[in-house]
Design a protein around this ligand. Structure first.
Ligand code: AKB
Length: 332
């Protein structure tokens, strides 16, 4: 099988052998490639294996180990963990909020059945397991401004329901079987060199591309829709930090993390500082708007800040400057 066929996975140098052996599932989504880059810098290239069921682009394939891993195939996943002596697993496979509503059976399979496979394999092989959760794990009856770590969670999307399930199952496995489960609730994540796939917060990435390409942006949310957001570097930094935090520092296993909170109107104004001619129109998508209206407007992440020293680097102005420096507003 392909896992055993690439000898480079097994040729761990002496210094690298002290490091965790990492597997990232769903690695070709918005966050996996960036996370692999960060972890490879820290733990060595061959100690971090990126996986997905899709074919990677050449630059991804050649930047470090990549394998096919289908989280719905228990045996395939278990084989990968065993053959590669995996010790840390970052479980990024999931259907996001908007795309999940469009295909509930698939979202249920990937987000819930897939998670069960991952939990069992992680518990059986004593892995440290990271599962991202989201602002989408809250719903209309949660306090929205701000939303604390512990409060009512009655989400109205299959994505949110599956993420509350992941939080609860991970914590249950932690208390019941000693699984080293760690979980962060991410806000909407904004990145330049990777695209989100089917979320409600995707507009906040698309606006940069459209501003540069056509100077016109059609937003599917109302101008006053406030949501918590974060630049990808902060998100990946938090993920590594919580995984490296000493167990005694963690008073909880699922933490909110936050950086900023803005509306489409706030973001458009900031983007117009770089692209003054940008025209923004609003054409509300009722499904996405209803989802956004049920989510937190502000996220209380004081427990993460207190327990393991979480601190974001990017507020809205730095985010926009950084996005344009990557995407290049001159390329219009
Ligand atoms: C989505 O919009 O579905 C995601 C999320 C906030 O979890 N970006």
């Amino acid at each position: 099988r392909q896992v055993a066929s690439d000898a480079s996975f097994h040729s761990v140098t002496f210094s690298e052998s002290d490091h965790p052996r990492v597997l990232i599932t769903g690695g070709l989504g918005q966050l996996g490639v960036g996370l692999a880059k960060l972890l490879r810098k820290r733990f060595g290239k061959n100690n971090v294996i990126l996986s997905d069921i899709r074919k990677p682009a050449d630059n991804v394939f050649y930047s470090g180990p990549f394998i096919f891993a289908d989280i719905l195939d228990y045996k395939n996943l278990r084989e990968i963990v065993v053959n590669n002596r995996i010790t840390w697993l970052f479980h990024y496979s999931a259907l996001l909020s908007a795309v999940g509503e469009a295909n509930v059976p698939l979202a249920r399979a990937v987000n819930i059945t897939g998670l069960h496979n991952v939990l069992d394999i992680a518990a059986e092989h004593n892995l440290r397991l990271f599962v991202p959760s989201t602002i989408g794990a809250f719903g209309p009856t949660s306090p929205r401004d701000p939303t604390p770590d512990l409060c009512i969670q009655r989400p109205r999307t299959i994505y949110g329901v599956s993420k509350v399930h992941a939080e609860l199952m991970g914590e249950y496995y932690h208390y019941r079987y000693g699984l080293d489960f760690r979980c962060l609730r991410y806000p909407g994540i904004i990145s330049a060199d990777s695209q989100p796939g089917g979320g409600t917060t995707d507009y906040a990435v698309q606006i940069f591309h459209d501003a540069i390409k056509s100077g016109k942006f059609k937003c599917y949310l109302r101008p006053d829709t406030r949501l918590p957001m974060m630049y990808i570097d902060d998100c990946l930094k938090a993920t590594l930090e919580v995984m490296e935090a000493p167990a005694e520092a963690l008073t909880m296993r699922t933490y909110n993390i936050n950086a900023m909170s803005f509306t489409p109107e706030d973001l458009a104004q900031e983007v117009q500082k770089y692209v003054p001619e940008l025209q923004v129109t609003y054409n509300v998508d009722q499904v996405k708007q209803a989802i956004a209206d049920s989510w937190p407007m502000n996220f209380d992440d004081s427990n993460a800040r207190r327990d393991w020293g979480w601190k974001h680097d990017y507020d809205l102005p730095e985010l926009v400057t950084t996005m344009f420096s990557y995407l290049g507003s001159d390329s219009r």
